[in-house]
Design a protein around this ligand. Structure first.
Ligand SMILES: Nc1ncnc2c1ncn2[C@@H]1O[C@H](COP(=O)(O)OP(=O)(O)OP(=O)(O)O)[C@@H](O)[C@H]1O
Length: 232
């Protein structure tokens, strides 16, 4: 069943027409990768879904409910979690306080902590540390954990491997793989290998439009067409 249905959206920054009729779908249980070079509109697509930069044309339904015209907090309440590139969190609060703050229903905090620590044992070891003192990879895990326990039905994950060392990218990839068992994900990821490993399907964007799509099982990292789309 279609969970998220983005249909022919047009989004502007001021006078700049950034998204020129983007359509994509995410089904229940799916991980979908949004691929494309820098600046083609991937983050803007996420911001459009979240109503941070609302589209001026087109529709976005989530679980059958129209999102265009809602406030961003209403999109969050509807069950869409966002893990932005800059891994937003409370840097002065501890790891545990950050997880607690992501749980809307305080009665569910113990369960949420258990889920988070089971998925990311390193966070349990660091539970009393300030989030701002964690390494980049640990911060990314905390950001994913917060998305997981946040009573969400879909996660938008923007460039999770950005700025991380190769070994840490592997850990974060594994963490996302675990998360994907629980929740559908729309993933923006520049590392093609990681994106193809994680996702069931992909869309390719260029100049604010979707120019290709397919099943990840049908392509590999040396696919000529994909490489051409993604090379600078
Ligand atoms: N706040 C803004 N104001 C004006 N233009 C913007 C703004 N944010 C992004 N843009 C422009 O919109 C276009 C799409 O940017 P977007 O961030 O969506 O691309 P992207 O595919 O996510 O690339 P990246 O990986 O670099 O983030 C780019 O040309 C960018 O310069």
């Amino acid at each position: 069943m279609t969970l998220l249905d983005v249909s022919d959206i047009h989004t502007y920054y001021g006078e700049s027409h950034i998204l020129e009729g983007v359509s994509l779908e995410i089904d229940e249980g799916e991980v979908v990768a949004l691929l494309g070079r820098n600046g083609v509109g991937k983050t803007t697509t996420m911001r459009s879904i979240l109503q941070l930069t609302p589209p001026v044309e087109g529709t976005i339904t989530f679980d059958g409910e129209e999102l265009v015209g809602k406030d961003t907090y209403e999109v969050a309440e509807a069950g869409i979690g966002w893990i932005p590139e800059e891994r937003r969190m409370f840097t002065r609060l501890s790891v545990e306080e950050n997880i607690r703050a992501a749980v809307p229903d305080s009665q569910r905090v113990p369960e949420a902590l258990e889920t988070a620590y089971e998925t990311f044992p390193i966070l349990k070891e660091r539970s009393d540390q300030r989030a701002g003192d964690l390494s980049g990879g640990q911060q990314q895990m905390l950001a994913i954990a917060r998305g997981l326990v946040g009573d969400n039905d879909l996660l938008l994950v923007d460039e999770p491997s950005e700025g991380l060392a190769p070994q840490i990218v592997t850990d974060v990839g594994r963490a996302l793989m675990d998360a994907a068992e629980e929740i559908p994900i729309l993933l923006v990821e520049q590392k093609l290998g990681l994106a193809l490993d994680l996702a069931d399907r992909f869309y390719v964007m260029d100049h604010g439009q979707i120019i290709d799509e397919g099943e990840t099982s049908a392509v590999s990292t040396d696919d000529e067409r994909l490489r051409r789309y993604l090379s600078a």
